[in-house]
Design a protein around this ligand. Structure first.
Ligand code: FE2
Length: 207
């Protein structure tokens, strides 16, 4: 978590989870994780073919395009990967590329759950599988003494099928949460090996 952070126009969120990134649940292993569905396997094949044929800044949009045809198909997720937790939002690993090129997660947001404000160390593509989570974006500034400023820029209420890309670094800082009264689920693809380095993905700024 970064110290000396100055926050402007940031509304405290009353729900749980804002103080820490949720751990990834399960026994992390390479390949398609146990208990996933045939449609998830089909998506992973499409995604891996896409990534294997793409490099540079085009990879996140390509992963997003691969996600488009699958993200809100009910058969994509098994019941076990729709399970939330009362204490924090849940991160289920669905796939980890054996070559470390990408990882796929399902995140489950019970009402009132939210991430800390954070950026990422890798490219990513995200889509909404179920419900109405929100994403709030922040502008990051640095003063001469090294202090970091965060300014809320835009808050978007999302719906099933919505898609976005994630850029690595602190030019893309955000938080995702669920202020609706029902469960929300999102699917995330990141260009990061989350079996070898499960805690390496996020740059956390705190609440
Ligand atoms: Fe994120």
């Amino acid at each position: 978590m970064l110290d000396k952070t100055r926050r402007n126009n940031i509304t405290p969120f009353p729900g749980k989870g804002a103080d820490k990134i949720a751990a990834i649940s399960g026994d992390l292993q390479y390949g398609i994780q146990p208990g996933t569905t045939p449609l998830l396997a089909e998506f992973v094949q499409t995604l891996q073919n896409t990534i294997d044929n793409c490099t540079g800044p085009g990879i996140a949009p390509a992963a997003k395009a691969a996600l488009r045809g699958y993200v809100c198909e009910p058969a994509l997720l098994a019941a076990a990967h729709k399970q939330g937790d009362a204490d924090n939002y849940t991160r289920h690993l669905l796939y980890a590329a054996p070559d470390g090129s990408c990882s796929v997660l399902a995140l489950v947001w019970m009402p009132g759950q939210i991430t800390p404000i954070h950026g990422h160390t890798a490219w990513g593509a995200v889509g909404v599988y179920e419900g109405n989570p929100f994403c709030e974006n922040y502008q990051v500034s640095r003063s001469d003494n090294g202090a970091i400023g965060l300014q809320s820029q835009m808050k978007m209420r999302l719906t099933a099928g919505d898609l976005a890309t994630v850029r690595p670094g602190i030019d893309d800082v955000h938080r995702i949460g669920n202020e609706s009264q029902r469960r929300a689920i999102t699917i995330h693809v990141y260009g990061r090996d989350l079996v070898a380095e499960p805690s390496s993905l996020n740059i956390v700024f705190g609440q």
